[in-house]
Ligand binder design. Structure first.
Ligand code: UDP
Length: 310
């Protein structure tokens, strides 16, 4: 099996590389390192089965030889990153997905699109099921990411229906773990960086908004199963255990008993989703998948990682 992973030098991408190499695949990473980092795949680069191509998938791509699978994960993915790079975000969701689908069609490969819970926007249905169409502001600050991913889903379904390409769509909910960037602006690295530096934790709004955090190896396992399942409609992969941002801040402070960090309140960003929690019935029934890593365990492993890179 030869598997192309766009965005393979990113946080989730690098964990996918590890898993697919461990399953005996040849792995070809395509990444332009806009938000990815070679440090994430440094330990893999000497392996014979591993190739790295410095390339922006929003530009046309040619890959020599057979390709069996494509995992399209290239995109800025944290709100801070896509706010800083709105046009590359729109391009990789649209042109990049088009190029990845074209490659899948040419090689007769399976392709799995990394979509997102952001397609549900600020959801009016809770928990979010795959048949909910979402509540997205197309012209708000998050529109560049949300609409790029919604377009990506639409063109993926079109390639499936019109060209018969074997497509998969995973809707990824908040995921965390080693190799997140400390400064990617997401809540978990932000809070952990702050507590490790002895700074106060910046809760946005009153911290009553909720998220549901999935440990990265659980996510990767769901993706691996989905790729091998003959199902082209979207599948939520995430951890359904919901927590408020304020509770998360308190949990992270408690992980360092001697911590003097306090909680401070900053303004809530525009269009920040108020509640988010996946309904994972489809993943459970279709893939026999559910998360296995408890938050306390996952948070501990992640804190150790951030301690090692600070
Ligand atoms: N958040 C926060 N403090 C921070 C960063 C984020 O309170 O320093 C909040 C943010 O407003 C949102 C939640 O944490 O409600 C998750 O934000 P994140 O950027 O991780 O991703 P999102 O789930 O919004 O895509």
């Amino acid at each position: 099996m030869r598997t192309v992973i766009t965005g393979g030098a990113g946080f989730v991408g690098s964990h996918l590389c590890e898993r697919f190499l461990a399953e005996g695949h040849e792995v070809v990473v395509v990444d332009n390192l806009l938000t990815g980092n070679l440090d994430n795949i440094d330990h893999l680069r000497s392996k014979k089965a591993f190739t790295f191509l410095l390339h922006n998938i929003s530009e046309p791509i040619q890959i020599d030889g057979p390709v069996d699978n494509i995992l399209h994960f290239a995109s800025p993915a944290s709100p801070a990153d896509y706010l800083a790079h709105p046009i590359p975000t729109l391009k990789v969701g649209s042109l990049g997905t088009h190029n990845a689908l074209g490659l899948a069609k040419a090689k007769d490969a399976r392709i799995l699109l990394a979509s997102t819970s952001e397609v549900y926007g600020d959801p009016e249905v809770h928990p979010q099921r795959e048949d909910y169409w979402g509540n997205v502001n197309p012209i708000g600050p998050r529109g560049c990411y949300d609409e790029a991913k919604r377009f990506a889903e639409a063109i993926t379904m079109a390639y499936h229906r019109y060209h018969g390409v074997k497509t998969r769509i995973v809707r990824i909910f908040n995921t965390y773990g080693p190799r997140m960037r400390l400064n990617d602006g997401r809540v978990l690295p932000a809070f952990m960086g702050q507590v490790l530096r002895g700074e106060d934790l910046t809760v946005f709004g009153e911290g009553q908004q909720t998220r549901s955090f999935c440990y990265v190896t659980d996510l990767v396992d769901g993706i691996y199963r989905l790729l091998h399942c003959d199902f082209s409609e979207p599948v939520n992969i995430g951890n359904p255990v919901e927590i408020t941002v304020l509770e998360l801040a308190k949990e992270i402070i408690e992980m360092i008993p001697e911590s003097k960090s306090k909680i401070i309140y900053n303004p809530l960003p525009q269009d920040d989703p108020k509640r988010r929690k996946p309904d994972i019935t489809r993943a459970q029934t279709l893939l026999g998948w559910e998360p296995t890593i408890e938050r306390a365990d996952g948070l501990q492993r992640t804190l150790e990682y951030f301690r090692s890179v600070l």
